[in-house]
Design a protein around this ligand. Structure first.
Ligand code: ADP
Ligand code: MG
Length: 241
């Protein structure tokens, strides 16, 4: 589903440059539930943003669902994102002046689905996430866990192949975090590939594979709780998962 080969990314500012990803190679297959760990500033969000076609890379290659993701126009990137990817964020990113149903329906609005139809589908997804009676409520009337469930419904509504989540439990208490992880596990059982960034070990332990970023490369790869063997070379760091 996702293949990265020797991926590099630097940020350039007026005074200096920062080499964040220094040759990331990995395969993520359809239906895998993967977490990305690493200390603050290790490039987790950078990697996720590249996977989400929200940012570009400098060197190497990125294939998503068989397609080379490179030099895409913003229009094409937006279209491909909408068709293939769903996003979940730490801070939920709900629109404050729209109710839960309208927030969930938003991706269908961008696809040109008429209001009545998209709201009906949004209600179905809210129902799936146990939030039907909250459909008319505004985000500020919802708890953190409810907001994240609305965001998950919004991610699901365009039937993505891959869900990318940057610290989806980062703003939630432990109990609510586990509930959100259970929901993500259920979604994953339907065959949707899920990649989450987290710095919480107990959250990462609930996924099938843990990618640990260190100094711009993959430091460790843990599969079902076991440290996987690595094929190392001088310039590359290849993880097969
Ligand atoms: P993480 O998510 O692991 O905490 P990030 O991927 O957000 O790390 O950032 C990796 C490094 O790149 C950090 O040192 C950060 O300050 C820097 N960085 C992130 N985004 C930008 C940007 N747009 N411009 C310049 N530097 C950036
Ligand atoms: Mg981050």
């Amino acid at each position: 589903m996702i293949t990265l080969k020797n991926l590099h990314k630097s940020y350039f500012t007026a005074s200096n440059s920062l080499h964040v990803l220094k040759g990331i190679s990995l395969d993520i297959h359809q239906g895998e539930f993967v977490s990305v760990m690493g200390s603050s500033g290790s490039g987790k969000s950078t990697l996720l943003n590249i996977l989400g076609i929200l940012d570009s890379y400098d060197k190497g290659s990125y294939h998503l669902d068989g397609k080379l993701i490179q030099n895409m126009s913003e229009k094409n990137a937006a279209k491909y994102r909408n068709e293939t990817l769903g996003f979940i964020f730490q801070s939920f990113n709900l629109i404050s002046f729209k109710n839960a149903m309208e927030n969930v329906a938003l991706p269908l609005y961008y696809q040109g689905v008429p209001r009545k139809k998209r709201n009906k589908i949004a209600l179905e997804y809210l129902d799936k996430l146990g939030l039907l009676e909250w459909a008319e409520h505004m985000p500020n009337e919802l708890s953190g866990g409810q907001k994240q469930r609305v965001a998950i419904a919004r991610a699901l509504i365009s039937q993505p192949k891959v869900i990318l989540a940057d610290e989806p439990t980062g703003a939630l208490d432990t109990q609510t975090s586990y509930e959100v992880m259970e929901i993500l596990k259920e979604i994953n059982k339907d065959g949707i590939t899920i990649i989450i960034v987290t710095h919480e070990h107990d959250i990462a332990a609930m996924t099938d594979k843990i990618i640990k970023l260190r100094d711009g490369i993959i430091g460790d790869l843990i599969i079902n709780g076991e440290l996987a063997s690595f094929k190392r070379s001088f310039s590359k760091n290849v993880a097969t998962i």
